[in-house]
Every structure is written in C-alpha cells, then in structure tokens.
Design a protein around this ligand. Structure first.
Ligand code: PEP
Ligand code: MN
Length: 337
C-alpha cells in the first residue's frame, strides 16, 4: 500500500500516524521527492481500511498495490480449487450443470423435474424454497415444506441439491442440503456470510445486481475468513442500461474472476437474460469463456410456473441443450463426471 502525504504535512501529525502504523506492525519506507512525499507500507495491508487513512488531514491519497482479499486470492493458491459435492466435482477441469425449477411448487413437480434433469445429465438439482421476491404479494416459496419436498426429490434421484438461504436463523433447516445458495440480493448480507463461514457446507455465492467483481470476491472472503473455504462464485447477469433483457450477462467476469481467484465459477444464463431462447447461446458462451459450471432453470410446465416461467426451459428443451453443453465442455478440455 502506498500513502501519498501532502507536501506540507504537519510534522506532529505525520509522526503520530507513523507511530500508529508501526504499532500495527507495518514497516514504512519513506520517499521524499521535490513534489511528492510517500510512504510504502509493507505488511498485511488487507487489515487497513484506506478510508481510515484518508480521514487524516495530512494524507492526500492511498493506493492499494495488493488486493484486499487474501484467502480467495489466486496468488495465495495458484491452482484452481476443486470442490467435491457428494461426489460431484467442480473446478479445475471438472464441469457441473445445476438444473431445476426456480421454485419448488409440488412434490410431483420437483420429483419429475429432478428425474428428468438427472436423465439428461445434470449433476445437481436446484429449487427455491425461500424465494426473494421484489413484491411481498408474489409467491414467496413453500419455505420449510419446500425444503422437505426438495429432499424427497434428492432421495428419488442421486442428485445433490442446491437451494437459497435468506437468513442465518434458517441454517438449521438446511442440514441435509448439499449446497447453500446466497442469492444476488443477499451478496452483501454480511451477517449471513459470516454465519455461512462457520458452517461446513458448500456455498454458491451469486453476484449482486450492481456489484463489482472485487466486491463479489470480498463477499467470498467473508465466508472463507470464517473457516469455510468451500465457495463457488456465480455470475448471473448485472443491471446495465439495456432494457431488452432482464439483466446483461457479464461474460468478461469469467476470465477476470479466474485471474483474481482460484474458486470455481458458475454462470446462470437463466436469470441473466430472463428469456428462454437466450439460455442456450449464453450457456455455450459461458463454457467457451471458461466457466466451471452452469445453473439452468427447468420447469415441467413453464407456462404455469409460479416464478420465472419466461426463462424456464422445458425438460425436452434442456435435454437437447445438454447434448450441446456436453460437446462444448469436451471441446474446451473439461470433464463432466
Ligand atoms: C434464483 O436462483 O432463483 C434467484 C433468485 O437468483 P438471483 O439471486 O440470481 O436473482
Ligand atoms: Mn428464478
């Protein structure tokens, strides 16, 4: 970290700040030029908030030269992380497809979709029980009853399950859930992230609607700092000025995240576009850009879906797409086991 001091910085205040930084265990390298006065700070600067320094009158600017995330940083862990979810591996050349309805609606629906997506080659089943809806009058999910139905579908197939958690108080209900999803709207719910850091479940962390990649990785860092390093990142489209789609899929996020972190990266083309026919091109593009997995919404009767029908694929459509996904994954040198 570099601290740029004002050329006329008060000597007493300068000595005070220097003392504080040294007391925190940092080494300071001073450089005084004709027009500049800088300190190079050596040590683990991820613990310093640049705003804390900027609040000093003598400080002109603060520049980070190291990322504020540590455990998630690829520099700390050059190899890709491979996560094993009940025998389904993701990351480091292992590719997984997570498929299922937006919301769990009935036993018949979730079990049928589970069996269909399993037959098509999906590795994990998704289904929302606690739904974050923009309107309080929209279907909120079957909640605890939905979780029970999801576990029935898990028992009826060999698929590990992924479902969204909205509050730390619900964690005890998620005992038999394999992957806990943090939805886009909760990406910076720090209490939730901290609680998930203390549990031993894989977390699928979705990018917020208007969050930077650094903010996404910092949210992963919250979970990892608590001791849980089993985190999968998910790009699900971001808000832009474009209105013809629900969101804009940020394909660039995939190679950029890959350079920033060693964590597996999943792409959700369903929420990205919000349009069924766009799921295929976006899914294939995501594989080409280096994604480690896809999350795709599939419903047995999209026209009757209680949530996200317009973006949900039919089991038949998904089956056809899986043929292309398998070929593309193979072409890019990854395996789907
Ligand atoms: C979902 O996966 O059902 C969901 C609500 O997604 P997101 O948080 O990305 O909107
Ligand atoms: Mn949905």
């Amino acid at each position: 970290m570099i601290i740029i001091l004002k050329p006329d910085a008060d000597k007493e205040q300068t000595a005070l700040l220097k003392g504080k930084l040294k007391a925190l265990g940092f080494e300071l390298h001073e450089s005084r030029g004709i027009n500049s006065f800088l300190w190079g700070i050596v040590g683990d600067t991820s613990i310093i908030d640049p705003d804390y320094l900027m609040a000093n009158d003598i400080v002109k600017d603060v520049k980070r030269i190291q990322e504020p995330y540590k455990t998630a940083n690829r520099k700390m862990h050059p190899e890709d992380t491979v996560i094993d979810i009940a025998g389904k591996k993701i990351g480091g050349g292992h590719f997984q497809v997570i498929a299922g309805p937006c919301s769990i609606e009935t036993e018949e629906q979730i079990v049928k979709v589970a069996q269909d997506v399993e037959a098509s080659g999906a590795g994990l089943l998704r289904g929302g029980a606690f739904k974050p809806r923009t309107s309080p009058y929209s279907f909120q999910g079957l909640q605890n009853d939905g979780l029970k139905l999801l576990l029935e579908a898990k028992a009826a197939t060999k698929l590990p399950v992924v479902t969204e958690i909205m509050t730390p108080e619900h964690l005890e209900l998620f005992n038999n859930v394999d992957v806990v999803q943090v939805g886009a709207r909760n990406m910076q719910n720090f209490q939730l992230l901290k609680a998930l850091g203390k549990c031993n479940k894989t977390v699928l962390l979705k990018r917020g609607l208007a969050n930077t990649l650094e903010e996404l990785v910092m949210s992963a860092e919250y979970i990892m700092a608590g001791g849980n390093e089993s985190v999968i990142l998910c790009e699900r489209g971001i808000r832009t000025f474009e209105t013809s789609m629900r969101n804009t899929l940020d394909i660039s996020a995939i190679p950029m995240l890959r350079s920033m972190t060693h964590l597996p990266i999943v792409v959700d083309p369903s929420h990205a576009a919000g349009i069924r026919w766009m799921v295929e091109p976006l899914a294939l593009a995501a594989i080409a850009a280096g994604a480690d997995g896809l999350m795709i919404e599939v419903h047995n009767d999209p026209a009757a879906a209680l949530c996200d029908g317009p973006q949900s694929m039919t089991p038949e459509g998904f089956d056809k797409l899986m043929v292309k996904i398998r070929d593309t994954v193979k072409f890019f040198g990854k395996t789907m086991d």
